[in-house]
Design a protein around this ligand. Structure first.
Ligand code: GLU
Length: 365
């Protein structure tokens, strides 16, 4: 039996396919969503929404019917579509006397500790005011090509849930559950009601389906569950057109697939885990073993340095661990092949002779 009665903060992600109808917003659907959200909010829950659909709405406004593939066109469509989308949200929530707010995010905002704290202040203020914050990616300035995009709103919604310490993330989509295989291709596929942990087998169940305007598929949804789970947040994946889907999920009805929350990592560990790495170093196996035993990573274990990064950046170690590096790429390079006694002298008195301390090391697996 699912029990979300104690869930206080709920992030709801609404996908493009649900929101659009005839290349515009499906106002009837949005009205139903606003009604359901008003109902659960009336029970004292704090609700945050992550919306998709800006690119699709912009394309519709321009009379474009096919998938937008060009980066510049995608950016243009997002800036045309986003205000149209927000106008629809405003109208839908106004009926219930609820004020909404728009927050557009880039990956850098969440990666950077200072802008993240600013974001947290504004979100907390909005929630205290009883306003519903509505998030989307700032698609007109962040693109995958320059490496600063979240890529899809499934991931974005999980990162928002993690940052605001949500208890529950609800991903509403046009598929009713995670299946053992893609149900559109495999008639033997059966729905999976509960996922205790995202394992490679569970990831293998998720194909890579998408649609003309949205970017996510089942895989990005399972990966979102993984991010949420590490923040101690459960995730429910359900069909967004199911009657009264939100109140029924909260009442514990077994709709869709629930991904149970995992052990909640500390906020700093989550920040390391979810940050886009700025570079990569390769270390010997002994150093990896030591890191797994909560020991510091020392410069003498490093064999290769890739990329240019600063002290304080998050980088990969052998692509098995993420660390906040205490030394920049040039410093680490200058120490390659040096004995630890030399390293102390080369770094000088003021500098710590560690690449990363145990609290700056996270193993994603
Ligand atoms: N941010 C995109 C939009 O609003 C959607 C991304 C997604 O579908 O995951 O159009």
């Amino acid at each position: 039996m699912r029990d979300f009665s104690r869930a206080e903060r709920i992030v709801i992600k609404i996908g493009t396919n649900l929101l659009s109808k005839n290349h515009s917003v499906d106002t009837g659907y949005l009205a139903s969503m606003a009604g359901q959200i008003a109902e659960i909010r009336g029970r004292g829950k704090k609700v945050l929404v992550v919306t998709s659909g800006a690119v699709g709405m912009g394309a519709g406004e321009l009379g474009i019917r096919e998938k937008i593939t060009g980066v510049k066109m995608r950016q243009a469509c997002a800036s045309i579509g986003q205000p149209l989308l927000m106008k629809e949200y405003k109208d839908a929530f106004q009926v219930h006397g609820i004020i909404i707010a728009q927050i557009l995010l880039t990956r850098e905002v969440l990666n950077n500790r200072r802008s993240y704290l600013n974001l947290r202040n504004s979100v907390e203020t909005l929630l205290d005011l009883g306003v519903i914050p509505i998030f989307n990616e700032n698609d007109s300035i962040s693109t995958a090509e320059i490496g600063n995009a979240f890529g899809d709103n499934d991931r974005l919604s999980a990162l928002v849930a993690s940052k605001v310490d949500a208890d529950l993330l609800i991903l509403l989509t046009d598929i009713d559950a995670l299946y053992t295989a893609n149900p559109r291709e495999n008639p033997d596929a059966v729905p999976i009601p509960t996922v205790e942990k995202v394992t490679p087998e569970i990831l293998a169940c998720a194909g890579a389906a998408g649609s003309a305007f949205s970017t996510g598929g089942m895989k990005t949804k399972v990966l979102a569950a993984q991010i949420a789970g590490k923040a101690g947040c459960a995730m429910v994946l359900a069909h967004g057109r199911e009657e009264s889907v939100l109140p029924r999920i909260l009442a514990g009805e077994p709709l869709g697939t629930v991904f149970l929350a995992g052990e909640k990592l500390a906020s700093r560990q989550r920040w390391i885990l979810n940050s886009a790495p700025r570079g990569r170093i390769v270390v010997d196996e002994g150093a990896i073993q030591a890191m797994r035993k909560h020991k510091s990573l020392l410069p003498s274990g490093v064999h290769e340095v890739h990329g240019v990064f600063a002290a304080g950046d998050v980088i990969w170690v052998n692509e098995v661990a993420k660390i906040v590096t205490g030394l920049d790429s040039a410093e680490i390079k200058s120490l390659l092949g040096r004995h630890s006694s030399e390293i102390r002298r080369l770094l000088g008195e003021k500098k710590r002779d560690v690449v990363a301390r145990p609290e700056d090391i996270v193993f994603p697996d």
